[in-house]
Design a protein around this ligand. Structure first.
Ligand code: ADP
Length: 217
């Protein structure tokens, strides 16, 4: 991104993100930290194409995303990005396997292939024995591993994680960190927003956000 800003119009302008130049390379592992209200979510939403900058240029794999229109932004988001959230966002009343298959619904695969890919993703997360469980029967750590399986099953190139360990104890945090490290080692670009210094420290690059200003730490 070059010269990216985001100003919310809330009666009076809120400068949530000041002019930001950033380049994230394929295979990077980046953490984003900063106090509450500093602009982390704003930055992550723009990175993930969930929001559009007020000014500036943001290219993903060479494609300009600010001016390209909603349809292409949605296509890039679906094909290139995966998302993991603090509160898992799993559907109760569906099995873990069905939850992971949802990550493939908008892709090219037919039902049988979707089942195979979702099964493989859960196996990679160490959840082969929990595939048919309802998320309500799973521990927090297991739920987050299902959510990661759903996020990576369509083989995105970038994984965005918003406080992925925020609801986990230290033991489950460790398990999730190991999985993120493994995914990054296998070539996935990982971008993590976190309050937890232990989670931030695992990343090769640390970005600090203060009052809408992003600095490389
Ligand atoms: P963080 O994720 O670091 O807590 P945010 O990116 O959510 O910070 O917010 C940055 C600033 O922008 C804060 O001052 C916040 O109040 C403001 N803000 C965030 N979203 C909106 C919005 N939709 N409308 C107006 N102001 C917003």
């Amino acid at each position: 991104m070059q010269g990216v800003t985001r100003t919310y119009d809330d009666g009076q302008p809120v400068h949530a993100l000041r002019a930001t130049d950033l380049h994230i390379a394929a295979g990077d592992y980046v953490s984003i930290t900063g106090p509450s209200g500093s602009g982390k979510s704003t930055l992550l939403n723009i990175f993930g194409l969930l929001d559009v900058p007020s000014t500036g240029s943001y290219k993903v794999a060479g494609a300009e995303t600010v001016t390209c229109g909603q349809a292409l932004r949605g296509a890039i988001r679906g094909q290139v990005f995966g998302f993991v959230f603090q509160s898992f966002h799993l559907l109760a009343g569906r099995t873990a396997l069905e939850n992971v298959e949802i990550g493939l619904l908008y892709g090219p695969h037919r039902r049988r292939k979707r089942r195979q890919l979702a099964t493989e993703a859960l196996e990679r997360m160490g959840l082969a024995h929990r595939m048919l469980a309802d998320p309500r029967q799973l521990s927090g750590g297991e739920r987050q591993r299902v959510a990661i399986a759903r996020a990576v099953t369509a083989q995105p190139r970038v994984l965005f994680c918003d406080e992925p360990t925020g609801n986990l104890d230290s033991e489950n945090t460790e398990v999730v960190l190991n999985l993120l490290r493994q995914l990054n080692t296998d070539g996935l670009t990982v971008v993590v927003v976190t309050h937890d210094p232990v989670v931030a420290a695992q990343a090769g690059r640390l970005l600090q956000v203060t009052d809408g200003v992003v600095r490389e730490a």
